[in-house]
Design a protein around this ligand. Sequence first.
Ligand SMILES: [Zn+2]
Length: 482
Amino acid sequence: MADNESSGLLSASHPHYTSLTSADPHAAPSSNAGRRRTLINGIIVGVIVISSVCLVYAMWCVGFLRGASAATAPYNNGTHDFQPTVIFISLDGVVNHDLDLHLTPHLSHIADTGVRAHWMTPSFPPITFPNHWSLVTGLYPESHGIVGNYFYDSELDDHFNYKDPSHSWDEKWWGGEPIWITAVRQDKKSGVIMWPGCSTTFNDLQPTLSVPFSDAMTFDEKTDIALEWLDLPMEARPQFIGLYVPQIDQAGHKYGPYANQTLTQLQHADTSIGRLIEGLHDRNLTSIVHLIVVSDHGMSATDASRLVYIDDELTSDELGLISQVEMYPTLGIRPKVPDGATEDEVVEQLYQAFRRLWKRHGEEAAPFQVYKKPDFPARYHFNNNVRIAPLLVLPDPGWNLVRRSDFDPGRGDTVYHPKGVHGYDNLSKQSRAIFVARGPTWPEGEVLKPFWNVELYQVLARLLDIKPAHNNGTLHGRLPLE
Ligand SMILES: [Zn+2]
């Protein structure tokens, strides 16, 4: 916390701070006894001030400074009791700086009456399935195992593909424990609307209520379901409600992150959030229900001028050593191992081929990096899983590695598609995700320091007053203020 913020808090709320700073130095006692008393008083006041600073800081950290805490539940809206309740909304693909475009008055209203993060850092790779699972389990993708939207598991000898629900919703793929199962396991109700992974069963447990994915359902219809769930009798009412919104991401890929069509989808989503806020207000639940809105990752604009052609450097023999590419835009490359060769040998051969491509593009100036899996930088937390391919080629934000058969200006191709892509360095500005929240245990109008999205699982567990399962969070559910 900044020093001037500490002063601001104390000057408004702590009389000792005022008396200490307003003392006239010319009025100080001149005798030794007087100086001792002054010294002792000074120490006492100092201790009080320091203790108060620590206490106030701790209270801010846990978000318990204002209003009632989860410990005071059940709340009452005038007619009904409510246990601690959280609505957790993901707007897929919303870039953090979208909040500053003055297009989203209702998201701004949540931030003004609650908190906004300076930004939230997605997990690597910043793509949809890995990050939605990190948001609700508190685990990095290498820990929960959903390392991409599609990938191969050499131990299971099986392929995960998010477009194949009947196969990929099997429990064997999904590591960790999502918050809705943590809740159910501790005798709380949970409801989930289309969140990736919500149709999977965990040790015979599922969310109490769930709505499977349907592209046809509008955000307004989803808010109506959430509000209907809040209208249920207490014994049937979910305390955790997760809600997934894909339309902004879909437009961002098709038209680009800054296109009018994409920003129009953002405005539509904001209008639906306004409808939800109104629904909570009508039920006198504004100061009872925690409302959290996040995105899973940002998005970068692509362009025909930001393409690297793999087949300008790799020979057809070398390209023939690629069995499959499992990630995008980062290439997770699995080798095709000929008889008499080992996987390590083929990976090394492909690595050297991509290094030649890297040198061709200016080495350190090249708009991509090549790594063998064990050398992938530790900050990505993306090594320790057999589902991660052994060779990784990571382009800079907005760049894509393609073949001439994909896109070639030489044969008349002009506009590269998709126009928006995510999945780059998760620390890049364009990858940053949004976080806004309000509710009875959050302060008003404050900004949080940036944090990683694996921290949110413990935040949700704290708000719901349940014990979290094992996770990678390090802040114990406390998000510090800027
Ligand atoms: Zn996404």
